[in-house]
Design a protein around this ligand. Structure first.
Ligand code: PBG
Length: 337
């Protein structure tokens, strides 16, 4: 035995990594990254009506909320110290059309929710997604004409929708459509309408991913989408192209960046942080959430531990925070509730 250990000492030169791992207190001392409530952004799904808490089959544990219930959810999130919410509307079919014109209604669901939450819970940030997909009859993020998503017209409409979101009280606009030039045009539209203080979180690198499936069910575009989004989202194979795309968003005036999906794209999180130094947020998207939930429900993994481990991984990869459907669960766990 003593021979073995001296052999180990000889090969390691007496450097034994396990010394720092030997007890809970040493492990806490050397812990490099931590997840705190300040890292969490909670995405919420909205539906018209009142008193509605509607489970989403594809996302166990996540509900669509009517505005009044969203206000209650916002209150709980704020009480737990969650810094911000991100809102996504499920718009009735009757209000959807080819061009997503209801995105330009000042009192549409997303703007109603912003007004109500801001009035009742002023100490939580509101990040509004601006894209046409909740409003189009075909589920695309832009205006579809002759089989093509037209860029410039879409950008013009999105910029108008962003101004209406800011008018309603949104703190940060998050364009998720991946049209070229959208950040610069939105920045200009916000500034010209007196919203210099409203920030932009660019969905800077958004990939044409299969992980968005459950989200599309959540906002009711699942069965609608014709074709795919490969002509505007980034090919999952392309990391360097993603960085070039993000560089444009930085030049055009993004205040913060997002990487989406999250866990399969940690290399992009790291590269973005190193390259630009702007705040970087990962979006742990619906498919990532539902995989963990489904495996947890079947007893195949320990869900709470896996959930926290994924969040640590985002921090280790340089992220400043994470948009995650687990936000409330994590905040409660951190608060010991
Ligand atoms: C589209 C949008 C998507 C998500 C948020 N906004 C993707 C899509 O449907 O293509 C996905 C979020 C998730 O999967 O959790 N504007």
């Amino acid at each position: 035995m003593s021979d073995t250990s001296s052999l180990v000492d000889r090969v390691t030169g007496h450097r034994r990594m396990r010394r720092n791992r030997k007890a809970d207190w040493t492990r806490r001392m050397v812990q490099e990254t931590r997840v705190t409530v300040d890292d969490l952004i909670w995405p919420l799904f909205l539906v018209p009506g009142s008193g509605i808490v509607e489970p989403i089959a594809a996302m166990p544990g996540v509900n669509r909320l009517s505005v009044d219930m969203a206000v209650e959810a916002a209150r709980e999130a704020a009480d737990l110290g969650i810094p911000a919410l991100a809102t996504f509307p499920n718009v009735p079919m009757a209000l959807r059309d080819e061009t997503g014109s209801h995105s330009l209604a000042a009192d549409n669901l997303i703007n109603q929710a912003t007004r109500a939450i801001k009035a009742a819970v002023p100490n939580i940030g509101i990040i509004t997604d601006v894209a046409l997909d909740p409003f189009t009859s075909h589920g695309h993020d832009g205006i579809l004409r002759d089989g093509e998503i037209v860029n410039d017209e879409t950008v013009a409409q999105i910029a108008r929708a962003a101004v209406l979101q800011a008018d309603a009280g949104a703190d940060i606009i998050a364009p998720s459509d991946m049209m070229d030039g959208r950040i610069g045009v939105i920045r200009q539209a916000l500034d010209e309408s007196g919203h210099q203080g409203v920030g932009i979180m660019a969905y800077a690198t958004k990939f044409a991913s299969a992980f968005y499936g459950p989200y599309r069910e959540a906002i009711g575009t699942g069965g609608l989408l014709k074709g795919d989004k490969k002509t505007y989202y980034i090919d999952p194979a392309n990391g360097t192209e993603a960085l070039r795309d993000a560089a444009l968003d930085v030049e055009e005036g993004a205040d913060m960046m997002m990487v989406k999906p999250g866990l399969p794209y940690l290399d992009i999180c790291w590269r973005m942080k190193q390259e630009f130094g702007l705040p970087v947020f990962a979006y742990q998207v619906s498919g990532e959430y539902s995989m963990i939930k489904a495996a947890g429900e079947r007893g195949l993994i320990d869900e709470p531990r896996v959930m926290l481990e994924t969040l640590l991984a985002f921090k280790r990869a340089g992220c400043d925070g994470v948009l995650t459907y687990f936000a409330l669960d994590v905040a409660r766990a951190l608060a010991g509730r």
